[in-house]
Design a protein around this ligand. Structure first.
Ligand SMILES: [Zn+2]
Length: 311
């Protein structure tokens, strides 16, 4: 994830603050992104409206006079935080190549409490999965791995080896281009290594006609509408003939330990989504901020109670 040219390097925080000096600038940006062809009332067919002068994020319909917030129905729905805080947090999350913890975010974005920073980060992670994203296509390296997890206040638990006891189980796929370079990835937290679980992953993240390259695990055999190629080459270790999925897994484990001091079971999928977001946009980091807020406008809200009910 280190290959990066000057052109796609994200802008500095200073340049960012010049572009978004206050909540008004943020609200205008969101309004332009939400209504690229101009204001549209969500309650009536009217396309005429105006911004309230005393509250930048609220628009009023010229016909029915309904007031609509630019953040209604988005990840920022009913937020108590200033829009500028959301924007700075999105910038930091999008520009830190390895991710940022709630503790770091709290400090760097001057957020009042750890809990607020933690909740904000989780809502941003929700905006890391585009609901309209397409399936992986072509040759796809696929494998599973186990990751030790930690409980709330304890360090990482779970022994070594392949046994899933005390560990998190993850299945992943990487597109491999004709020149051997890696494309997009998908990762999913799974309850077990059963055939139905593995098949369900592949049929939902890859397009029909794809060639699934595996290490010979029979659980993958017979995935509908895909060709499965089991690459068992004597005693050659799997990372030799499936280099990319193993690179993804080892970087994922480093990401978990380095940024979060170990993943927690309840939020594993959110961390996997964040990892995929960073990997899939590693060459377009300068656009990650726009992508994050763009998806954030479409995916709906994430109430705090829904989030903590998982823990
Ligand atoms: Zn209206």
């Amino acid at each position: 994830m280190n290959e990066e040219t000057k052109a796609n390097r994200p802008i500095s925080l200073q340049a960012f603050m010049r572009r978004f000096p206050d909540d008004v600038a943020c609200a205008d940006y969101l309004a332009a992104k939400r209504w690229p062809e101009g204001f549209r009332c969500p309650a009536c067919p009217s396309e005429k409206g105006w911004k309230l002068t005393h509250r930048a994020a609220i628009w009023e319909c010229a016909a029915c006079h309904r007031q609509t917030s630019v953040t209604a129905g988005t990840i920022m729905h009913r937020t108590h935080l200033p829009l500028l805080t959301w924007f700075i947090a999105s910038h930091l999350v999008a520009t830190h190549s390895n991710g940022i913890s709630a503790l770091q975010l709290r400090e760097q974005a001057s957020i009042g409490s750890y809990k607020t920073a933690w909740f904000l980060l989780h809502r941003l992670r929700r905006a890391m999965v585009d609901p309209d994203r397409g399936g992986l296509v072509g040759v796809i390296e696929t494998d599973e791995t186990t990751i030790p997890f930690r409980t709330k206040d304890e360090p990482v638990a779970g022994g070594q080896g392949r046994s899933p006891i005390g560990k998190l189980v993850v299945v992943g796929g990487v597109e491999v281009h004709d020149d051997g370079s890696p494309g997009r990835i998908r990762l999913r937290a799974i309850p077990d290594f059963k055939r139905t679980t593995l098949h369900d992953f592949l049929t939902s993240v890859t397009l029909p006609g794809s060639l699934i390259s595996t290490d010979g695990n029979i659980g993958y055999a017979g995935v509908p509408d895909r060709t499965v190629s089991a690459q068992v080459i004597g005693k050659m270790p799997a990372h030799v003939f499936m280099p990319w999925i193993h690179r993804v897994f080892s970087n994922l484990k480093r990401f978990g330990l380095g940024v979060y001091h170990g993943f927690r079971r309840a939020y594993l999928q959110a961390y996997l989504d964040e990892y995929c977001f960073r990997w899939n946009r590693r060459k377009w980091r300068h656009r990650s901020f726009d992508t994050l807020l763009g998806i954030g406008l479409r995916v709906g809200s994430l109430p705090y109670r829904t989030l903590v009910s998982k823990a």
